[in-house]
Design a protein around this ligand. Structure first.
Ligand code: SF4
Length: 425
């Protein structure tokens, strides 16, 4: 049902987008949501009435496909389509049609200063104005057809949205400081569940690590998180189709805990296949946790009702670089783990292991050469699963210049190669 109010609001109490995420040059809405349009802006809300996205509708908005998206961590991220929309545009290095411009410091190869565009920044002022309009409408008892929606939206003012993001951090016991690059396949919309804290290495170069030593969570902690998360996501949980098992090395937690967490979350959250697509499970692994996992581990994971992405931080196959970045693994181990990634991808239909390598202006010259060799000689005879992500070191100068070198590696690689943008939840 749609109707126009006296204040030129077009309110759609419930809309239905696509059932499964489809990659398109124009953002197709996914799942069920609410929408309010003014002559100048489109505002989308999730089923809890929390603001989710804002898109400009006037001709001076930078591009019809650009928008602000608010994450469950309460970050407003600006999605830009960049200045090229063809196959050599953002899609060629991100694997997606959009570049998320993050409102915090990260490792972008391409920074867009959207803050300086008053048309774009006006979106936030318009959101405040809409909130005020809805408040007045509710006070006067206007628009009874949309009363439930208006009340839900009013119950989620900026302070409440901030508190809810803090509550989420409390539930899982710490902020997710980085999401696996593969979560781009669900536009970073995941339900987080922590099954282990800390990591094995505490590498010198890493800007997302915690100080904690690696430690598994108990089954009890996982059960408690799942119950609290179901309550937290509330009505909107039906829109989720992906689970992230945190934190930095969930693979090291072992198959028993991974399967316990994944299966329980699947049951309690009501995750189900959509059309022909299984729900997604994302986790990080490390060189050692991958090498220490026997085939029985992957057989178990392959039987889960998920399509599982495991992202491994390889970083380099150059000894000088591994030493410079303070990654305590040997070149031999990295190579073995890389081969194991190819083998797992070829063997298991519902598991995809992907890998990260660093990039940076000041790395040893052997880094790019050895990485290029590794990727161009990768045995992909049994399929091309397993993307490689190149992640600029955060403080590396001249990140934009790295793109040209990235294309050099990508062109020669037998595996798909993309840039990894460090994005938190
Ligand atoms: S790169 Fe991974 S293993 Fe190394 S410190 Fe960061 S989170 Fe830990």
């Amino acid at each position: 049902m749609e109707f126009i109010t006296q204040q030129h609001l077009m309110i759609s109490p419930e809309k239905k987008g696509t059932d499964k995420l489809v990659k398109q040059s124009f953002p197709l809405r996914l799942g069920r949501y609410f929408e309010i349009r003014t002559p100048d802006f489109e505002f989308c809300f999730n089923l809890n009435g929390e603001i989710k996205s804002i898109r400009g509708l006037r001709p001076d908005w930078p591009h019809p496909a650009e928008q602000f998206k608010r994450t469950i961590g309460n970050d407003w991220i600006y999605y830009t389509v960049g200045d090229k929309s063809g196959s050599d545009g953002i899609i060629s290095w991100m694997g997606e049609y959009y570049l998320p411009c993050l409102p915090y410091s990260s490792n972008p190869v391409w920074e867009i200063n959207y803050f300086s565009n008053p048309v774009v920044m006006n979106a936030m002022g318009q959101w405040s104005q809409l909130f005020g309009t809805l408040y007045m409408a509710n006070e006067k008892g206007l628009y009874p057809q949309a009363r439930d929606l208006i009340e839900r939206i009013l119950a989620n003012d900026d302070q409440k949205l901030y508190q809810r993001s803090r509550q989420l951090i409390e539930i899982i016991g710490g902020r997710v400081s980085v999401l696996p690059p593969d979560t781009r396949h669900v536009d970073y919309d995941i339900i987080p569940l922590t099954i282990a804290d800390g990591c094995l290495y505490h590498c010198k170069f890493c800007c997302v690590k915690s100080d904690q030593a690696f430690q598994k969570r108990s089954q009890n902690s996982i059960r408690e998180q799942i119950a609290a998360l179901k309550n937290h996501f509330s009505s909107d949980i039906v829109n989720y189709h992906a689970l992230f098992l945190g934190n930095h090395d969930a693979l090291a937690a072992g198959p028993e805990l991974i399967c316990f967490a994944a299966q329980n979350a699947y049951d309690v959250f009501g995750l189900r296949p959509r059309v022909d697509q299984k729900p997604f499970l994302f986790l990080f692994g490390s060189v050692d946790s991958l090498l220490n996992s026997g085939h029985s581990v992957f057989e178990e994971l392959n039987r889960l009702p998920f399509y599982t992405y495991i992202n491994i931080g390889f970083e380099s196959v150059d000894a000088d670089t591994l030493a410079d970045i303070g990654k305590p693994v040997t070149v031999e181990k990295v190579k073995q783990a890389f081969l194991k990634m190819l083998e797992i991808n070829a063997t298991y239909s519902f598991i995809e292991v992907t890998g990260n390598f660093v990039a940076g202006e000041n790395l040893s010259p052997g880094h790019e050469e050895s990485l290029g060799d590794l990727l161009k000689n990768a045995d992909t005879a049994r399929g091309k699963k397993g993307s490689i992500y190149v992640s600029p070191i955060k403080d590396s100068p001249k990140k934009r210049e790295l793109l040209a070198r990235f294309y050099g590696i990508k062109e020669e690689s037998r595996l798909p190669v993309f840039v990894y943008l460090i994005q938190r939840l």
